[in-house]
Design a protein around this ligand. Structure first.
Ligand code: KG4
Ligand code: ZN
Length: 364
C-alpha cells in the first residue's frame, strides 16, 4: 500500500468503550484522535467486570464515542477509507455492541468493514508507536491476557506460551484484595511493596522449572493467602510491615516468573535470527517498574532491544484496532456484513488452546 489511508477503529471487548482515527501506511501511522471511556465505576461494587452491565454501557456509549473521535480528528465519515472493529476475543455482549455499531456505519456509508482480533491490536501496537520491524517478540501482560507471541507479520503470529490459569494483572488484583489493599490492585500493591522485604516470605515461582514458555499464578496467590493467614493468626491482624513484605514477596515472584519465561521465549525467538531483535511489552502490568526492570535486565543480557509503548496504548484502546486495520488491509479482504462476534479467537490457531478464563473475560 503506498497511499496513506484514514481508518476509524472501534473497541468494546471488555470494560473500555473506545473509538479512534488513525492515518498512515503500515509501519508509519499517526493517531488523529483516540477516545476511551472506562467503566471502572460501574463495576466497582462487584469485584470484577459484570458482562451484562458492560454490554449495556457499551451500547449506550458507542455512538457518542465514535462521534467524539471523528470530531477530535476533524474527519468526516466521508473522509474515511475503512472501519476496523474488534470482533473477538472478549465479553460477547460488548463485542456484539461494537460489531453492530460498525456494521451500521458501514451499511450507511458504504465503507469497507474489517473485523480485527483484539490481541492483534495489542500485538501490532509497536508498529504504531515505533514502526518496529518484524519479526519481534511480544509479551502481553494485563488483567485478562498473558502470552508470548512472535509477530512475523501483520497477520501471522506464533504463540509460544502463556498462563494456564490467572493472568498476572488478575493475580495482582486478587492478592491486593487478600492483603487489604484497594483496587485496581496492581498500582496499590506496587506502592505497598516499596516498603517491603521481598525475602521475608518464601513464595513459589510456579512452572519456572519447566522448559516451556507457560506461566501459572494461581498457586502463588494461594501461597500469599496461607502466609497472610499465618501472620493474622500470630498477631491477631495484619501489621503494616507484614502487608508490605507480602506485597514485595509476591511482586518479586511474578517478576522472576515473567523474566525467567521471557528468557526462554527469547531463546526460541532468537533462533529465528531476527535482523533487529526486539522484545515489546503491552498490557497494564507492563506499568510495573519491578517487572519492567526485570525484563530489561534479560534483554540487556541477550542484546535485545526493549520496547514499551506509552501506557495509554498498552491498555485497551481503539487506536490499536485502527492501526491493525491499516497493517492488515494489504493482506486480506474486508469482512463486510458477514462479520460475526466471537468470545474466543486465538491469534495463532496452530498452537494448543489454553484453559482458563480471567476476570476480564475469556482468554484466547
Ligand atoms: O491492560 P489493562 O488496563 O486492562 C486489561 O486487563 O484489559 O490491565 C489492567 C491490569 C489490572 O489487573 C491492574 O491491576 C494491572 O493491569 N496493573 C498493574 C499495574 N498497573 C496496572 N499490575 C502491576 N503493577 C502495576 N503498576
Ligand atoms: Zn486488551
Amino acid at each position: 500500500m503506498t497511499r496513506p489511508v484514514t481508518i476509524l477503529g472501534i473497541e468494546s471487548s471488555c470494560d473500555d468503550t473506545a473509538a479512534a482515527v488513525v492515518r498512515g501506511v503500515p509501519g508509519d501511522m499517526s493517531i488523529l484522535s483516540s477516545d476511551v471511556h472506562g467503566q471502572t465505576d460501574l463495576h466497582a461494587d462487584f469485584g470484577g467486570v459484570v458482562p451484562e452491565i458492560a454490554a449495556r454501557a457499551h451500547a449506550e456509549r458507542l455512538d457518542v464515542t465514535v462521534k467524539a473521535a471523528l470530531d477530535a480528528a476533524g474527519v468526516a465519515l466521508t473522509q474515511l477509507d475503512a472501519i476496523g472493529v474488534t470482533c473477538g476475543p472478549g465479553l460477547i455482549g460488548g463485542v456484539v455492541s461494537g460489531v453492530m455499531t460498525a456494521k451500521g456505519l458501514s451499511a450507511a456509508t458504504g465503507l469497507p468493514l474489517y473485523g480485527i482480533n483484539h490481541l492483534a491490536g495489542h500485538a501490532l501496537t509497536p508498529r504504531l508507536t515505533d514502526g518496529a520491524a518484524f519479526p519481534y517478540l511480544m509479551l502481553l501482560v494485563s488483567g485478562g491476557h498473558c502470552q508470548f507471541l512472535i509477530a512475523h507479520g501483520p497477520t501471522r503470529f506464533t504463540r509460544l506460551g502463556g498462563t494456564i490459569d490467572d493472568a498476572p494483572g488478575e493475580a495482582f488484583d486478587k492478592v491486593a484484595r487478600l492483603i487489604g489493599l484497594g483496587q485496581p490492585g496492581g498500582p496499590a500493591l506496587e506502592a505497598a511493596a516499596r516498603a517491603g522485604d521481598a525475602t521475608r516470605f518464601a513464595f513459589p515461582r510456579p512452572l519456572l522449572n519447566k522448559p516451556d514458555c507457560n506461566l501459572s499464578f494461581s498457586g502463588l496467590k494461594t501461597a500469599v493467602l496461607r502466609a497472610r493467614d499465618a501472620v493474622v493468626a500470630e498477631h491477631g491482624g495484619l501489621p503494616r510491615q507484614a502487608q508490605a513484605d507480602l506485597a514485595a514477596g509476591f511482586q518479586q515472584a511474578v517478576a522472576d516468573s515473567l523474566s525467567g519465561k521471557t528468557r526462554r521465549a527469547l531463546d526460541l525467538y532468537l533462533a529465528e535470527e531476527p535482523s533487529l531483535p526486539t522484545l515489546c511489552v503491552a498490557g497494564g502490568v507492563a506499568a510495573n517498574m519491578a517487572i519492567r526492570a526485570a525484563l530489561e535486565t534479560v534483554c540487556a543480557d541477550l542484546g535485545v532491544a526493549f520496547l514499551a509503548p506509552p501506557l495509554a496504548l498498552c491498555t485497551d484502546n481503539a487506536a490499536m484496532i485502527a492501526a491493525a486495520t491499516i497493517e492488515q488491509m494489504p493482506y486480506r479482504d474486508p469482512d463486510g456484513m458477514s462479520l460475526s462476534a466471537r468470545p474466543r479467537m486465538p491469534l495463532d490457531t496452530s498452537s494448543a488452546p489454553m484453559i482458563g478464563s480471567g476476570k476480564k473475560g475469556a482468554k484466547a
